[in-house]
Unconditional design. Structure first.
Length: 270
């Protein structure tokens, strides 16, 4: 039980750290977080859109952030590494934060949703799914969805190929949740099959070069039986009438036997 409680406490601490960093580096564009334990301490990899804001002048901002993490979350010798996002429009968390910020500035939710969807698809994404849930136009809660391209909604394929980001927009009517899911251009789906050319197959499988380069495939003779004709012949044979033998002897045979009988008797008398 002690190990289970320790495992839960560690994950709760990581979630709280993520929420804290999302607030602290919101101006830099928070794109993700990775926490790893090393022999030298705890390595915190922070993915942002603008690393210069996180580092600060002469590293003052990142030093202050490191001290606050060590004091508030009790990490052993935390070391923060900052990485820049290569394509911000393909990062689901960054796009969710930008969409929430646009809603807070007064953009209409349909305009903001379609604009974000178009930017993601123009960046080369295979698919995008945006969900806005909350008090968008009035006091009643509603949910609006925007989607384009190829999307997976469940299963292992969704977990491995769909990047998910979540943010909150604080509007006058209430809170609006913003969810953005993006399928990256290099996502490999299980139902996709690449057909190689003969040259590529020969390079990858040299043992099968003779079979691949063979022009004519071997011809296999297969006997094809007309089952319909056989069944019709069998049915016709069953339908033919069969003559049954009769117990009555023919009349001609009885008359011939009657004529021959007296002759045999007369011969016996003689």
């Amino acid at each position: 039980m002690a190990s289970e409680r320790k495992f839960i406490a560690e994950n709760v601490r990581r979630v709280l750290l993520k929420e804290y960093l999302m607030k602290e580096v919101s101006r830099a564009g928070f794109g993700g977080l990775d926490v790893q334990r090393t022999p030298m301490g705890t390595r915190v990899t922070l993915i942002t859109e603008r690393p210069g804001i996180v580092i600060g002048r002469r590293g003052a901002a990142i030093k202050s952030l490191t001290r606050s993490i060590e004091e508030e979350f009790d990490f052993d010798n935390p070391q923060i590494e900052v990485q820049e996002v290569e394509s911000p429009n393909l990062n689901a968390q960054i796009m969710a934060e930008k969409l929430a910020f646009a809603l807070e500035r007064g953009w209409h939710f349909r305009r903001a949703g379609h604009s974000t969807l178009r930017r993601v698809m123009e960046a080369g994404a295979r698919g995008c799914h945006i969900i806005l849930a909350g008090k968008l136009t009035g006091q009643r809660h509603r949910t609006e969805k925007f989607k384009d391209g190829y999307i997976k909604f469940c299963g292992e394929t969704k977990i491995t190929n769909m990047d998910r980001g979540y943010a909150v927009a604080k509007l006058k009517p209430g809170i609006v949740g913003v969810t953005v899911e993006i399928m990256h251009p290099d996502a490999k789906l299980p139902d996709e099959i690449d057909v190689m050319s003969p040259s590529e197959a020969t390079e990858q499988f040299p043992d099968l070069a003779d079979l691949i380069n063979k022009k004519e495939a071997p011809i296999i003779a297969v006997e094809v039986r007309d089952t319909d004709a056989e069944e019709s012949e069998a049915d016709e044979a069953d339908e033919e009438p069969v003559e049954e033998p009769s117990d009555e002897a023919p009349a001609d045979a009885e008359e011939s036997e009657a004529d021959e009988a007296p002759v045999e008797a007369e011969e016996g008398d003689q």
